[in-house]
Write a protein that binds this ligand. Structure first.
Ligand code: G3P
Length: 215
């Protein structure tokens, strides 16, 4: 499973890219608005920093507007993937964009049927929102497991991005369920390397080494 960063913050992306574990970035209008800058100014920089797909979302609600925005976003850099909500207008736009060779990431997916529609329309990626489903008493991981089974059974080439990841257990379960990608907030990625026994073990190794060199 590849790891993407779910942020529009350039500093977070720069740091995670330096750690050497990031294969792409996803953004959404909320994350972009948090940066308090024109997103079209930030997007080229993100695309330069990351050697992999960068999802940028349309905000139009009609298919014509979505397609127009998608073409503008795709023209920013070769690695832009256009994020489109799972609506009928969205499906129509995805179909047209697939015909033009523009990659899409269908977002706000909460059911198997929504994912099936996205795949039939020709989406490159589909993004089930695990955390938001958990928030209303559902199971994001159960949905993800169903999507992995569905895509395998019907040999659908659309890749699954586990999104709305809230904690490390989501990452572990998404990887074991067979998601192609998980997109993580910087906070969750940062925690992944940590374990109290790793810290304690490292302290002990260094203390023992210092003791030897002081003898
Ligand atoms: O980028 C889409 C998704 O990851 C949003 O997550 O935490 O706002 O539910 P969240």
């Amino acid at each position: 499973m590849k790891l993407f960063l779910d942020t529009a913050n350039v500093e977070e992306i720069r740091e995670a890219v330096q750690w050497g574990v990031i294969d792409g970035v996803t953004t959404n209008p909320t994350l972009a608005a948090r940066e308090k800058k024109d997103f079209l100014e930030i997007l080229p920089e993100i695309c330069r920093l990351v050697d992999g797909p960068v999802s940028a979302e349309v905000i139009s609600e009609d298919w014509q507007g979505m397609v127009e925005e998608a073409r503008q976003l795709a023209a920013v850099a070769d690695n832009v993937v256009v994020k489109i909500p799972v609506t009928w207008a969205g499906m129509q736009a995805v179909k047209l964009l697939a015909g033009e060779g523009i990659e899409t990431n269908v977002t706000l997916v909460f059911t198997v049927n929504q994912a099936l529609l996205a795949a039939r329309a020709g989406a490159t990626y589909v993004s089930p929102f695990l955390g938001r489903l958990d928030d209303i008493g559902g199971s994001g991981i159960a949905l993800l497991e169903d999507l992995v089974a569905l895509f395998k059974q019907h040999q659908l080439p659309t890749r699954i991005i586990a999104a709305s990841i809230r904690h490390q257990e989501h990452v572990t379960r998404a990887a074991l369920a067979g998601a192609s990608i998980a997109t993580l907030p910087h906070r969750v990625l940062k925690q992944m390397v940590k374990h109290p026994l790793t810290e304690r073990g490292l302290e002990q190794f260094l203390a023992d080494w210092r003791q030897l060199s002081e003898q």
